[in-house]
Design a protein around this ligand. Structure first.
Ligand code: ASP
Length: 309
């Protein structure tokens, strides 16, 4: 049986069977989320610490809700207003919080490699909720969950990831996860926003949207301006002209995804965001069930433990 854990730092920590086990578990939690009482006692008496050192809406709220729906005690800390502002180092913060004996620490950091470091400083299970440009594994899992619900098996599906691949942890985690599930991935964007070695991950890289019609799914990335130290594109207007996914570039039947937050009118046109081809709302909804499944598999997962109703 595939072992999951103790940490989830990268999609590399999971093989296909592990991903499928998390997605299957998420299906049962999605059913719980449809009930009037959306709680199960699986993590009663355990503590989950959410440590967010970078802006987040979807990821932080869904991790908090996921832990609460599993009946864990939840402590959520954001760098603003915490002792981080007084100069406390990440290591000292983690060691301080470890005194509460948490079962899991969920960490979001602007620095690639931060989650891996935290795993070395605490006995808790560590879940990477996004570390700089490196990875965002639970985002990829919820994306695969959303697509599997829509398309069934992903074997042979053609998925284009379009935009700022260079600064995107979502792109890295999704390339790995989608390929593990049998999909073929093409990344597309301006040459300055495609890392040179990206094809080493097994995907194809192109710089033009001309063949976008091949794609079953168009996964659009946000322009990550907060991570750009140089000008990677002449202007956002120019970028939008060449790479914006809009109604004229999209064929009927193609599905559109975006991890959020969307820069409306830059990487995606408003009409596409609001069209039935867009799965953006379904992705957000999947976040709670998938993060419940990740917490459950890391902390309580055992073939003997069924999800208690
Ligand atoms: N919310 C995703 C992330 O944290 C995507 C993005 O910010 O563009 O990486």
């Amino acid at each position: 049986m595939t072992r999951i854990g103790p940490h989830l730092i990268s999609i590399e920590d999971l093989d296909r069977a592990g991903i499928e086990r998390i997605l299957d578990r998420a299906e049962s939690f999605a059913e719980v989320s449809g009930r009037e009482i959306k709680k199960v006692p699986a993590l009663r008496g355990r503590t989950v610490v959410n440590l967010f050192y970078e802006a987040s809406t979807r990821t932080s709220s869904s991790f908090e809700l996921a832990a609460k729906r599993l009946s864990a005690d939840v402590v959520s800390i954001r760098s603003a207003g915490s002792s981080v502002e007084k100069g406390e180092s990440l290591k000292d913060t983690v060691q301080t919080l470890s005194a509460y004996d948490p079962a899991a620490i969920v960490i979001r950091s602007p620095h690639a490699g931060a989650a891996q470091l935290v795993a070395g400083w605490t006995p808790a299970s560590v879940i990477n909720a996004g570390d700089g440009k490196h990875e965002h594994p639970t985002q990829a899992l919820l994306d695969v969950f959303t697509l599997r619900r829509r398309l069934g098996a992903l074997d042979g599906a053609c998925i284009w990831i379009v935009g700022d691949v260079m600064h995107s942890r979502v792109a890295r985690s999704n390339i790995l996860a989608l390929q593990r599930m049998g999909a073929q991935v093409t990344v597309c964007g301006p040459p300055t926003l495609i890392p040179r070695d990206i094809e080493a991950l097994g995907c194809r890289a192109v710089v033009s949207l001309a063949d976008l019609g091949q794609a079953d799914v168009v996964y659009v990335l946000r322009m990550q301006q907060e991570r750009m130290r140089d000008s990677f594109v002449p202007s956002l207007r120019e970028y939008a002209m060449r790479y914006q996914v809009d109604g004229s570039r999209l064929a009927p039947g193609q599905l559109v995804m975006h991890p959020g937050p969307v820069n409306r009118g830059i990487e995606l046109s408003a009409e596409v965001i609001d069209s039935p081809q867009a799965l953006i709302g379904e992705q957000v909804k999947a976040g709670v069930a998938v993060r419940m499944a990740v917490l459950y598999e890391l902390l309580a997962g055992s073939p003997l433990l069924a999800v208690a109703a």
